[in-house]
Design a protein around this ligand. Structure first.
Ligand SMILES: N=c1c2ncn([C@@H]3O[C@H](COP(=O)(O)OP(=O)(O)OP(=O)(O)O)[C@@H](O)[C@H]3O)c2ncn1[C@@H]1O[C@H](COP(=O)(O)O)[C@@H](O)[C@H]1O
Length: 106
């Protein structure tokens, strides 16, 4: 999953706010609230770390996908967008705002 795919998944997750919890796991998570979502991120992070210690690269990738998905739900719940996170990463690496805008046009 590249950065664009994360943006796409985030948009789908946002669209599940207020959706039917019986037909969408994401809607069910939103209905359960921030504490539950934060708890799931913690669980998935631990599962990813444990997989790294004793499982295959494929298992680490699978756990990482679960972690990323739940992290995106947490961003949506807390009003953080992927662009906010990309901007913070770019700030740390010294990429300027203009370079960031240009890279997103490609
Ligand atoms: N990427 C994911 C994704 N990754 C993981 N999961 C779900 O995360 C859950 C993790 O399993 P667990 O065993 O940890 O949790 P659980 O026991 O089912 O539930 P809890 O009681 O712990 O909350 C599983 O039900 C997975 O289906 C996901 N659910 C949805 N998506 C994507 O989110 C988008 C919206 O999907 P819906 O929520 O189905 O509308 C779609 O693009 C989906 O592909």
């Amino acid at each position: 999953m590249d950065k664009h795919a994360i943006d796409t998944l985030f948009a789908v997750i946002e669209s599940r706010k207020g959706a039917d919890p019986d037909t969408s796991y994401t809607a069910k998570l939103f209905a359960k609230g921030r504490k539950k979502i934060a708890q799931k991120v913690g669980e998935e992070a631990v599962e990813t770390a444990l997989a790294a210690m004793s499982e295959t690269p494929a298992a680490v990738a699978a756990e990482s996908a679960d972690l990323l998905y739940h992290l995106l739900v947490l961003w949506a719940e807390t009003g953080v967008s992927p662009d906010d996170v990309w901007a913070e990463l770019n700030r740390r690496s010294g990429v300027s705002g203009i370079e960031e805008k240009n890279s997103r046009k490609k």
